[in-house]
Design a protein. Structure first.
Length: 264
């Protein structure tokens, strides 16, 4: 009897090994898109939860301040704004903007006391591109017509309505007026998002980091993910300032933001 017969019979042949590898590759090809979609759904849910919590903090601030929205003061980094800090990509080399990574700027603003130190809710999970010195701390900006106590939007868009108080959101209505949004990582700087109110080109640019979509919160408290339609709304993050999609035409998407930002 051959003493090696049992060992030979139980060993893999080359063909069997290749079959196993092929099966594993097929299973991976089948499962990878499923896992990717599951990850995207998880990011959608996480982002909407962040926006709802920030929206709730804004509403609590309004309840304590005669229904006035927190102030949306553009480039200011003082505490007299809904959030403080101005983001960039730490360019040029050798320049370090501590506001990119310093979470204290998140709670130094007017809604800071209402977020209970939850820094993570200011950061969308799909916003993953770091600055030169590390992960940036904020992904969200506020509709420039909301809390516009310095009248910035009126100067840029005469005739469009500002929303200084929650009761001002009559047109297009609380469920149709967005307050916060994911801003494109190349476009984001201060906490003020400037919607385009004429023409078809972006001024500030919404994020498309959710597989061609971005998150919004609304004055009635709900949040949703908006899928963009125009190619110029779905450019990859390039780590450049200003945003490459600024002044680029996106007629369908610009119109949607106009309709949900304010009214004339």
């Amino acid at each position: 009897m051959n003493p090696h017969a049992k060992s030979d019979a139980s060993a893999f042949t080359l063909i069997e090994l290749l079959v196993v590898i092929a099966i594993i590759a097929i299973l991976a090809a089948i499962l990878l898109p499923v896992l990717t979609r599951a990850q995207q759904r998880a990011q959608f849910t996480y982002c909407m939860n962040n926006l709802k919590q920030l929206q709730m903090a804004i509403e609590m601030y309004a309840d304590d301040n005669h229904q006035y929205f927190p102030e949306n003061d553009g480039t200011t980094i003082t505490s007299s704004a809904w959030v403080t800090g101005v983001l960039d990509w730490d360019f040029p080399p050798g320049y370090g903007n501590t506001q990119n990574t310093n979470t204290s700027f998140l709670i130094a603003g007017q809604i800071g006391p209402y977020v209970s130190g939850r820094f993570a809710i200011f950061k969308c999970p799909a916003d993953t591109v770091p600055s030169r010195w590390g992960t940036r701390v904020r992904s969200y900006s506020m509709n420039g017509f909301v809390g516009d106590d310095l009248n910035i939007s009126a100067k840029n868009s005469p005739g469009w309505k500002r929303f200084l108080k929650t009761s001002d959101c009559l047109r297009p209505g609380p469920a149709m007026t967005f307050v916060l949004l994911d801003e494109c990582p190349d476009s984001i700087n201060d906490g003020f998002f400037a919607p385009a109110t004429s023409g078809t080109a972006w001024i500030d640019v919404p994020a498309s980091t959710h597989n061609g979509a971005g998150g919004f919160s609304f004055a009635d408290g709900h949040a949703e993910i908006k899928s963009w339609l125009d190619p110029n709304s779905k450019a990859p993050v390039m780590r450049v300032n200003p945003c490459p999609e600024n002044k680029q035409s996106a007629p369908r998407d610009v119109a949607w933001v106009q309709q949900h930002a304010s009214s004339q």
